[in-house]
Design a protein around this ligand. Structure first.
Ligand code: APR
Length: 245
């Protein structure tokens, strides 16, 4: 713990990398954790482009449920601690796999949303139509593009879809250039995102991993693993808790 605090204080080019576990204490279920959604639901059926095209009604029922859930949550103190650290460090890019928008809601800047966001939808035929995702839009499912009549899809990267080229390229560049990466609440299993902490390690950076469970990250003298929850440990690690005492 003390080692991790020192690493954060000494770092000049720190970067944050998060996954579903970062939002767990805000009430979001993870995908593969003990409460994992993929233990109950089929990712191929509900979170792939093929699944959406095969059965848009069922997939949109699922995204309406996810949207309602996301609409009702707020960032926990772990997010506040990262926002606080970002101000203190002047530069702290945040690379997230999450689509819930909580990093931005917590006032963080320079946030790379690798897997997109639940905030908007666009035409599956890419006719150019895009609009915010609202309660009204999901009253009738599946929502249809008013310009070309095709179905609309959430602006999330579904399995089988490529990530945005500029976003993933910048994320890998940050991983190559950082001297410290905070890897929080991810099982490090889904590629190409999972390659980001590995690239940081290969490029000589140190890693602080925050996760109650073991992940795919290798054991290395340059990896400090803290088996605790993000909301419990980030205020202590970043120094926010000393600040608010
Ligand atoms: N604090 C920190 N870590 C936590 C917490 C917590 N409070 N609660 C759970 N975790 C950890 C779990 O132990 C697990 O290792 O968070 C991790 C979540 O892993 P996954 O559910 O696999 O989520 P993630 O790594 O983000 O998945 C990557 O897979 O399904 C796709 O597109 C989806 O972005 C997602 C991607």
């Amino acid at each position: 713990m003390q080692r991790a605090i020192e690493l954060i204080q000494e770092s000049h080019r720190p970067v944050v990398f998060t996954g579903a576990g970062m939002s767990s204490e805000s009430g979001m279920r993870t995908f593969r954790g003990d409460d994992g959604l993929w233990r109950e639901y089929s990712p191929e059926k509900l979170s792939s482009l093929q699944g959406l095209l095969a059965d848009p009604g069922v997939v949109w029922e699922w995204y309406r449920m996810r949207f309602m859930k996301t609409a009702g949550i707020v960032p926990h103190i772990g997010y506040e601690a990262l926002t606080w650290l970002q101000k203190k460090k002047k530069a702290l890019p945040v690379i997230t796999q999450n689509v819930d928008g909580l990093h931005l809601e917590a006032g963080q800047t320079d946030v790379l949303e690798l897997h997109g966001s639940m905030r908007s939808v666009s035409c599956v035929k890419k006719c150019g139509y895009r609009t915010p995702l609202t309660d009204r839009l999901v009253e009738t499912l599946p929502p249809v593009c008013p310009d070309c009549g095709a179905i609309l899809k959430p602006d999330i990267v579904l399995f089988g879809e490529p990530l945005d080229h500029d976003t993933i390229s910048r994320a890998y560049l940050l991983a190559e250039e950082c001297d410290l990466m905070l890897v929080i609440g991810t099982s490090v299993q889904v590629w190409p995102a999972a390659g980001i902490p590995f690239t940081a390690l290969e490029s000589g950076a140190r890693i602080i991993e925050i996760n109650p469970a073991r992940t795919e990250l290798p054991r290395s003298e340059r990896v400090v693993s803290i088996r605790r929850k993000a909301g419990e440990i980030l205020p202590l690690l970043t120094g926010l808790s000393r600040e608010i005492q």
